[in-house]
Write a new protein. Structure first.
Length: 179
């Protein structure tokens, strides 16, 4: 895993071979973060990474200046990897929640500036996830929600939909809450 830009930019970490996540490609991640940077920047903002996997997106938010990043990951191997990288970086602005994303969405009361969700494409509840987040306390007026998905999905009918970006086989639907 490579952190692309920011204070930890160009740092690389060896991902365990037994990891079950499908990491967002460097190409897609770099382009997405360029779009988000041009929209509003990251300095002092808060971010939540749901289905964090390797934590690549979490670490990108952290590296680019977010003051608080919450990574939610249930799988033990992925959660242990995120925890290890946090310890190596020595940055206490990343908070790991090892648990179920659906429970987190339902119970967390903090609103974030950015919420990123990259569920497994074959997750049985995939189609529910954007609406669950949009109707949760995780987002507030001015929050940005990003859903990573395959080209087969279309969330443009949901409130706050702003744009869809495609980078190879990776698609992002971006929502601006309150727009």
């Amino acid at each position: 895993m490579r952190i692309i830009s920011g204070k930890y930019g160009r740092r690389r970490f060896d991902v365990p071979k037994n990891i079950t996540a499908r990491p967002t490609t460097d190409f897609a991640r770099e382009n997405l973060f360029n779009v988000l940077e041009n929209m509003e920047g990251f300095e002092g903002k808060t971010a939540c990474d749901l289905f964090a996997g390797t934590g690549a997106v979490s670490f990108e938010f952290l590296s680019r200046g977010c003051s608080l990043v919450t990574a939610v990951e249930k799988a033990p191997v992925q959660a242990a990897f995120i925890k290890k990288v946090v310890q190596i970086l020595g940055d206490d602005n990343l908070h790991l929640v090892k648990g179920d994303v659906f429970k987190f969405i339902a119970e967390d009361v903090r609103a974030y500036d950015f919420v990123f969700a990259d569920p497994p494409y074959d997750h049985p509840r995939f189609d529910e996830i954007p609406a669950l987040i949009l109707n949760s306390n995780l987002v507030a007026q001015g929050s940005t929600l990003i859903i990573e998905h395959s080209k087969a999905k279309d969330f443009s009918n949901l409130p706050g939909f702003s744009q869809r970006r495609a980078y190879g086989s990776v698609n992002f639907s971006i929502f601006i809450i309150g727009s």
